[in-house]
Design a binder for this molecule. Sequence first.
Ligand code: 1CP
Length: 357
Amino acid sequence: MKNDLILRAAKGEKVERPPCWIMRQAGRYLPEYHEVKAGRDFFETCRDAEVASEITIQPVRRYKGLLDAAIIFSDILVIPQALGMEVQLIDGKGPNFPNPIRTIEDAQKVLDYKVDLFTELGWAFDSITLTRKKLNGDVPLFGFCGAPWTLLVYMTEGGGSRLFNYAKEWLNKYPEVSHKLLQKITDVAVEFLSQQVVAGAQILQVFESWGGELSSMDFNEFSLPYLKQIAKKVPLRLKELGIKETVPIVVFAKNSWYALDKLCDAGYNVVSLDWSWDPKEAVKINNNRVVLQGNLDPGVIYGSDEIITQKTEYMITAFGGGKQNYIVNFGHGTHPGMDTEKIKFFLQECHRIGSRE
Ligand code: 1CP
């Protein structure tokens, strides 16, 4: 490994500066992404290891020396696909499930589905292995998956949502079946994450992007127990699979402000924060139990250099300076229209500010 900064930082070690990466650092804001994708179907692009590895490496190449990790180009919706559900990505509209889970019979079909990860998601492992080879030790590679509740949202809603009426109906009308579905998703997530490590992933992130849609009480019932299972079972499975190194795991539960204290004890090495947090508050609540990651509002990238500097400086300082228990990121992903040069400036500022004695 030429650069293992993020692996050391994620384990809580003291580091020379905070490692930097950005959620959705690959994708639509990069002109080279559009060039390579060339109007092809999104999932077809993911399944082509050569293309997916190229897209994964694009930001690392563009921001040479500024990014300390790559994240494999794929999507959280590949687990529903592995559970036998059809998922499309419609340009300009987002994910679409032609047959979402709406009835008990639909749910039973998913529960009865015999998942064969290597048949359904073999391409994901090939893509990770090839990307690792191409990265040649430049930076560590993230594997990832969607958290069970967030995936259940897509599987019941059939796509993105504003009201979350179908997902909420499932939790409140059929809590027992909802738990069975969440458990099935969890089991697949544990195996999928573990096999991503076998294929070459060196650090993992679990995306609970719709965590903030739950009440605190429902988060405790429908999200947290499954997040905890993932954190506990992946290391055990990795041991069984003969992996000797510790593989750090990050959890990102967007807008789940009420859950930070519990997430710090959920078994993860790193807790990633959205931008609603004042880092000082989060640092106090965490009290050095885990490494924190985040949390600049990506919208700051639309600002002047002075504003980017000012807000980045506040962030890094408020997280304690960045030499321990901190990883730089945005509070959520990049936007398609963002200026690549502004993102470069942000990363340069993180290096400058984070390296200061
Ligand atoms: O650099 C990277 O991060 C690339 C890999 C990646 C990841 C980690 C992609 C590529 N998607 C994801 C995770 C993902 N996908 C999440 C969790 C993170 C988050 O909260 O943003 C979620 C919720 C999805 C679902 C999804 N897939 C959406 C959001 C729709 C909604 O409901 O709001 C969208 C638009 C996609 C498609 C997708 N996935 C990735 C990209 C680059 C795209 C856009 C594809 C395109 O239009 O070209």
